[in-house]
Design a protein around this ligand. Structure first.
Ligand code: GLU
Length: 512
């Protein structure tokens, strides 16, 4: 590699981080780690009107949760501090001034009304692309159309102005994107973007380019929605004399709606009932609460694995990759151009795989947390046995509680449909005798032992097991389906088993 890899994730603190932003951060991180490079986070907060309090803390927490570590950031510091653009304000004007002095940018004094009037005029004249550009700029109030002393006078008198880039009229702008290949844009399609705003703050375009240069960024890895801005950035690198240091660009494919029709939005996620933010987000204006993957029970390593595959693939059929394995396998070459559909079932599948891989201790702790939350009393070994018994079926940690509650809490009600069909005199006889046998058993029943005991009772009465199994289940759990009953008896123990059987005999009417 001819220069050190330095990549950045550059979010704007305008609200919660979208899941696509987490993917962008992840790809930057994987690339940095893979190449032994540096992962930087820069807060792009030059648009004060869109600043949302709490967003920055949210970004920090979300990345930490996902295991995306930062080498340089506002929070960790670093050799190129500050890492917040609002704190770097002083440096941008200098570059904007240089662009003006060299004829690559200009002052513009147009009011919003004048800009609107220009657009109306161009529309009326049937100009296809009504914008502030090489054609229209000469009819506007700017330093290209005004005498120099007038411009100076206006500026010294404090009249508001912006600085705009002077996009060349006819030029082919090219950039070699690492994912998309050569991208060619004709300058006539671009407008003279504002670089410095009247509040003295730079816009995204200028601040982004200046900081990428000053922070020695080697690769810009970001979402495809920034591709239209890239030609402006290429022009800025050229105008500022930084072409040699221009980073390489890699624009990531879009994340599409589940049906593949367009970009995934917050509304799509709501409609389909899945989160779009990594963590729960409470809107500071209005207090609206939006679900997060973390709170819904997604495990960070599962979500990371899922996100890594949204646009990238290792080129094999293997799907389970921990963070270190992702780092090992990652390359920009294996990122696709085409958008990828967001498939929440795949995310759930990943979650299930990762949940199963958790250690016994961890699974036990997860279940215990839920038991404590629900104020259920339990013996720690029981919690452990239950967690291990049901882990295969659980997708989320809270499923351990959903499926496990039945081991700790006696049935409060009995499924009526099952009772009507399966609870009869024969079943009641078997269950009664089985309860006696369990009570009389001198040792704690294993699953095997419970099965033998039940079989003895059945044999004595000449009844086939299939005829009463549902009734036994109903008596023990109140439900028509659920976990393996013999294992359950082993876990809850003789006394609890007998008591549940007796309660059912007491509560359920015998039909027919
Ligand atoms: N501030 C931009 C954003 O919010 C960064 C785009 C880029 O990476 O250049 O996504």
């Amino acid at each position: 590699m001819d220069k050190d890899v330095r990549v950045r994730f550059a979010p704007s603190p305008t609200g919660a981080l979208h899941i696509g932003g987490v993917r962008t951060a992840l790809y930057n991180y994987l690339f940095a780690r893979k190449t032994g490079g540096t992962m930087i986070l820069r807060i792009e907060d030059t648009d004060q009107t869109r600043y949302v309090p709490g967003a920055e803390e949210y970004i920090q927490e979300a990345l930490a949760w996902a295991g995306i570590e930062l080498n340089e950031s506002p929070w960790t510091g670093g050799p190129f501090a500050p890492y917040r653009q609002s704190e770097r304000k002083a440096s941008y004007m200098e570059y904007a001034q240089k662009l003006v002095n060299e004829g690559n940018a200009y002052y513009a004094f147009d009011t919003p009304e004048e800009l609107e009037a220009m657009r109306e005029r161009l529309k009326a004249a049937r100009v296809a692309n009504p914008q502030y550009d090489a054609l229209s700029r000469m009819q506007m109030r700017n330093s290209l159309t005004m005498p120099e002393d007038e411009v100076k006078a206006r500026i010294t008198s404090g009249e508001p102005y912006v600085i705009r880039i002077k996009v060349p009229r006819k030029e082919e702008i090219r950039l070699n994107d690492l994912i998309r290949g050569w991208v060619m844009v004709h300058s006539a399609t671009l407008d003279d973007k504002v670089l410095m705003k009247s509040d003295g703050m730079p816009t995204y375009h200028l601040a982004n380019v200046v900081d990428d240069y000053l922070m020695k960024i080697s690769h810009v890895i970001r979402g495809e929605e920034w591709l239209p801005s890239a030609p402006i950035h290429v022009l800025l690198y050229k105008f500022l004399g930084w072409e040699e240091q221009m980073p390489q660009f890699a624009h990531l494919p879009l994340i599409l709606k589940p049906d593949g029709n367009g970009k995934l939005s917050k509304r799509d996620a709501e409609r389909h009932g899945f989160p779009i933010f990594p963590l729960q987000w409470t809107d500071p204006n209005g207090g609206e609460q939006v679900a997060g993957f973390r709170e819904e029970g997604y495990l960070p390593d599962a979500l990371v694995n899922f996100l890594a595959f949204l646009g990238w693939s290792p080129g094999s059929t293997e799907e389970l990759f921990t963070m270190p394995q992702l780092i090992e396998a990652f390359s920009l070459e294996r990122i696709g151009k085409a958008g990828t559909k967001f498939d929440i079932d795949k995310a759930k599948w990943y979650n299930q795989q990762y949940l199963r891989m958790r250690s016994d201790d961890e699974l036990t702790r997860m279940l215990q947390e839920q038991l404590d939350k629900n104020e259920v009393e339990y013996a720690p070994e029981t919690a452990r046995k239950v967690a291990l018994e049901i882990k295969e079926r659980a997708v989320f940690p809270q499923d351990l509680w959903k499926d496990g509650a039945v081991y700790f809490i006696r049935p409060a009600r009995y499924d009526e449909a099952v009772a009507a069909k399966k609870w009869n005199a024969e079943a009641a006889t078997i269950i009664e005798q089985f309860a006696d046998a369990v009570e009389n058993s001198s040792q704690a029943l294993t699953a095997e032992g419970a099965k033998n005991l039940l079989q003895e009772v059945l044999d004595k009465n000449n009844v086939k097991i299939g005829r009463v199994m549902q009734a036994v289940r109903l008596a023990l759990t109140g439900l028509g389906s659920g976990p393996d009953l013999m294992n359950m008896i082993e876990i809850i123990g003789n006394k609890e088993t007998a008591e549940r059987l007796r309660t059912a005999l007491h509560q359920l009417q015998v039909n027919g």
